[in-house]
Design a protein around this ligand. Structure first.
Ligand SMILES: Cc1cc2nc3c(=O)[nH]c(=O)nc-3n(C[C@H](O)[C@H](O)[C@H](O)COP(=O)(O)OP(=O)(O)OC[C@H]3O[C@@H](n4cnc5c(N)ncnc54)[C@H](O)[C@@H]3O)c2cc1C
Length: 427
């Protein structure tokens, strides 16, 4: 039997593996984590609406019924495309006949990697937990300072980047400060906290149609987010962000401004775009390698003259397509080219608000509550695992009806150590 090695258990990798369930191949899915993360809901872990296990699922559990599939938790360090071998950090090399490379993307600090320590991004469960720790420890510190000195540092949360992630994070943070924490502290007024969203372009949600982008701007304002458009970030330090409009003091800074492809793509030596995404042909292959498929955020695929967006639906469709082409090869059928079917996009803005650019089953622009309900339904539908669907559904009902959150824990070690150090220095 032919060996299919899939690298990455994200949206593309999992879909590729599932689509090969009944094929006469041996599938090896390698991921450095033991779980698949539903990244679109990471911000809800960071702002304590959901717990990590609500949005993550062990890859082994997802594929347990697939007898032809073996899951390996390891990191791929390099790929020998001549020898057709994938080199693993711990377990030697894995030979392949077909390779599906779907290692996704990571944050880009536009050449300022030193900003990362002060302005972390959201990509993994660990990132979300660290951010959750930072956010909630800022309130704890302010409450302590208020008791001791009757004053505290400004509770400013600065979100850099007004794309879908930045908009969702800013909306959720505004609700956290102005709604959820309102009655929990005795000495500080969390409703006075500022959430500032910085965007270099002239509008938020840049790729969305103008009416949705303006609606998102208005809805963000309604939930108390201060938006600064046409504002470039020039420096990021621990307690402030320097911008083209001046200095902004910041208690917590969140990076949602840019992504770059996982380095494995570039290391293969194939042509890449400026973000490191591998240029692929109509079958998702890099030049002269029909046995290699590049899928998801790592792929640069153009349709109708435009690059496909780095979103979950693109990754899922690419993963399925790579598997279909492998099956067509095995059955000696001609390969079918990849065609992306765009169902639309949506972004939520705190509770009860959202914008949705619906393209299937009909064309429509939805705003406000109607868009938010569609967002809820679609996210429940695409979550992997019945248990997670049920848990998230229940958590949302509980959170939105009671205005309380069950996941408001500070557990990250780095944050706790900083907290200990602060206490020691103030003694
Ligand atoms: C905060 C956030 C919010 C988002 N919101 C939305 C949204 O609302 N809607 C939407 O459609 N999309 C959203 N996206 C984008 C969407 O999540 C991505 O487009 C999608 O995850 C890409 O899937 P992928 O399979 O290419 O990569 P990923 O899902 O990133 O999976 C890559 C996998 O590869 C593994 N990996 C990487 N390198 C190695 C290695 N060297 N060895 C072994 N394993 C490796 C990783 O551990 C990971 O499991 C969001 C993304 C983020 C970060």
């Amino acid at each position: 039997m032919k060996n299919v090695v899939i690298i990455g258990g994200g949206f593309a990798g999992i879909r590729a593996a599932k689509a090969l369930a009944s094929a006469s191949v041996s599938v090896f899915l390698v991921d450095r984590k033991n779980h698949h993360t539903f990244q679109p809901l990471l911000y809800q872990v960071a702002t304590a609406t959901l717990s990590p296990a609500d949005i993550a699922q062990p890859i082994r559990a997802i594929l347990q019924k697939q007898k032809n599939t073996c899951v390996i938790m390891d990191e791929v360090t390099s790929i020998d495309i001549e020898e057709k071998k994938v080199h693993l950090k711990n377990e030697g090399a894995l030979p392949y006949d077909y390779l599906v490379l779907a290692t996704g993307a990571t944050h880009s600090y536009f050449g300022h990697n030193e900003w990362e320590q002060f302005a972390p991004g959201l990509k993994t469960i660990e990132d979300a937990l660290r951010l959750r720790g930072r956010i909630f420890s800022v309130f704890e510190e302010a409450e302590r300072d208020m008791v001791r000195t009757n004053t505290h540092k400004p509770l400013n949360f600065v979100v850099i980047g007004g794309g879908p992630t930045g908009v969702e994070v800013a909306g959720a943070l505004a609700d956290t400060c102005h709604v959820y924490l309102r009655d929990e502290f005795r000495h500080i007024d969390t409703t006075k906290a500022r959430v500032i969203l910085l965007e270099a372009m002239s509008k938020v949600l840049g790729p969305y149609p103008d009416d949705l982008s303006s609606s998102a701007f208005q809805q963000l304002n309604e939930c108390g987010v201060e938006i600064m458009i046409n504002t470039q970030v020039t420096d990021v330090q621990e307690s402030y962000v320097m911008t083209s409009a001046g200095k902004i003091d910041a208690a917590v800074i969140i990076w949602a401004a840019g992504v770059q492809a996982s380095p494995l793509g570039k290391d293969l030596g194939f042509p890449v775009d400026r973000r490191g995404c591998v240029m692929v042909d109509q079958f998702l292959n890099p030049p002269a390698h029909p046995e290699i498929f590049i899928c998801g955020d790592l792929a640069h695929f153009e349709q109708d003259g435009k690059q496909l967006p780095g979103v979950a639906q693109t990754a899922m469709q690419m993963g399925v397509h790579a598997a279909e082409v492998i099956k067509q090869d095995l059955e000696s059928k001609p390969r079918k080219p990849f065609k992306f079917f765009d169902k639309g996009d949506m972004a939520t803005i705190g509770r009860m608000r959202a914008v949705a650019n619906i393209r299937w089953p009909f064309n429509a622009h939805a705003k406000g509550f109607a868009a938010w309900v569609s967002w809820l339904i679609i996210h429940i539908f695409f979550l992997i695992g019945l248990r997670n669907r049920f848990l998230v559904f229940w958590q949302w009902i509980w959170t939105f009806s009671s205005c309380q959150r069950g996941a408001q824990l500070i557990t990250d070690n780095e944050v706790l150590c900083k907290h200990e150090a602060q206490l020691a220095s103030k003694k």
